[in-house]
Ligand binder design. Sequence first.
Ligand SMILES: [Fe+2]
Length: 249
Amino acid sequence: MNPSTRGSAGQDTVASLRARLARSEREAAARQRQLEAYASDLREVFKQERARAQELRRSYKATVLALANAVEARDAYTGRHAQRVAAFGLRIAHAAGIAVDSQVEFGFLLHDVGKVGVPDAILFKPGPLTPDEYGLMSAHPTIGWEILRHVDFLDDAKIVVRHHHERWDGTGYPDRLAGEAIPVHARVFAVADALDALTTDRPYRTAVGWAEARATLREVSGTQFDPAIVSAYHTVPDEAFERISEGIA
Ligand SMILES: [Fe+2]
């Protein structure tokens, strides 16, 4: 091969390498564009899924609130008790470092749903209940549990509904659970429920102030309530509960 032929062959090789390189670059650019398009589609799908999940959560919450309000419509004296006590529960759980998901919050809202099964004469009786009446009244956590039994999205809520009247010392109802055997969210809720009961007027007594409620809860810490939860509650200032109460009233 003479030098001129060799030179021409070399140029051909360079040209062909350049062409292959250009083709590879074009292919790589096309692949990148395709990947970017996939990523963009995926982001859009995630966005739509998130919006659908939020919409679903809103629908669940609206349904739960409708049910809670239906229970309260009978029980006029408590006035938005469910929403207030749910907000108290969230605040106390936060102070105790206990996570509360939306199912548990639904349990806070629906805690007394079983009262639909308690006759008016017992529910609104201003005086003390007879043992039989007390028996019917104290069935409301299990009635509530039964009502929600087959609602899958309320699995954790049912636990709060069933156990919100258990006591730390094991003398509560319906299962007489004691100490940490009581589900933690039910222990949190019990303190919130008592705080609300003490600070609102009831047929059998008038409301006490925040300071007096605090003293009462301190007295029953370790017997009626989990002392760790009561301690967490004591780290929350009265003003925080007052603000919640005013915001919901
Ligand atoms: Fe209750």
